[in-house]
Design a protein around this ligand. Structure first.
Ligand SMILES: C[S@@+](CC[C@H](N)C(=O)[O-])C[C@H]1O[C@@H](n2cnc3c(N)ncnc32)[C@H](O)[C@@H]1O
Length: 201
């Protein structure tokens, strides 16, 4: 199992939201893909931050695809049930914890439907290079590409290029940089997050 946790690197997630919604009409369909979502902490954190940032009408137009190799077939059920142990969610700031999770007793908490209903998980291997759809406004791929060989990394990022809409955004973890070979396809949009915008070539 990979390593992840709730409210990890919220700065990068919030930066991507802020840049994503700049000049965005509220009728826009927001299509987002979290690739390598593990058991859900990162996409749930993202969705909570998004719900806190945008209005209800834009949030209702938000589609969220989550994918992972899920080698042991465990993430699918966890994300489907949306139930996490207190130990796992105790890092979530108090105000979000009480607002977005229902106490089920026995130290178990369930994500509320507003967020949970948005999470569409499918088991998917990035190295097949088959995108899970087209016209994404944002793809989040953090702490995944580092496990791939450099040539695989380039192929996967090229797949992301094809599945982003014009000017779509791609977010990596802070230490993952865009390979030089792809400098003609993406441009960095902020100095304090590894966030790139698709260039139309
Ligand atoms: C360290 S976790 C990252 C979780 C989350 N993105 C984060 O940054 O907190 C890496 C995840 O990548 C997934 N992964 C590894 N190889 C993959 C592949 N070929 N296709 C899809 N997911 C993969 C693993 O199953 C694991 O859940």
């Amino acid at each position: 199992m990979g390593f992840t946790f709730f409210f990890r690197d919220t700065h990068s997630l919030q930066q991507s939201i802020n840049i994503l919604i700049e000049n965005l009409p509220s009728s826009t369909k927001l299509k987002i893909w979290d690739a390598g979502c593990e058991r859900g902490p990162e996409p749930i954190t993202f969705a909570i931050l998004l719900a806190e940032t945008i209005d209800e009408s834009l949030f209702s137009n938000f589609e969220f695809q989550l994918t992972d190799l899920d080698e042991n077939n465990t993430f699918v059920d966890i994300i489907h049930n949306g139930i996490y142990n207190f130990e796992e969610i105790k890092r979530i700031p108090e105000e979000f914890f009480t607002k977005y999770f229902k106490d089920l007793g026995s130290e178990k908490y369930q994500l509320i439907p507003k967020i949970h209903n948005k999470l569409k998980f499918i088991k998917h291997d990035l190295l097949t290079l088959n995108p899970v759809g087209k016209n994404h406004n944002l793809i989040i791929c953090k702490n995944v590409l580092l496990h791939f060989h450099p040539d695989e990394r380039i192929k996967v990022i090229n797949m992301y290029y094809d599945s982003l809409n014009d000017n779509g955004l791609l977010l990596f973890e802070q230490t993952q940089k865009m390979p030089e070979e792809l400098n003609n396809k993406f441009t960095k949009v902020t100095s304090d997050a590894s966030l790139y915008r698709k260039l139309n070539i």
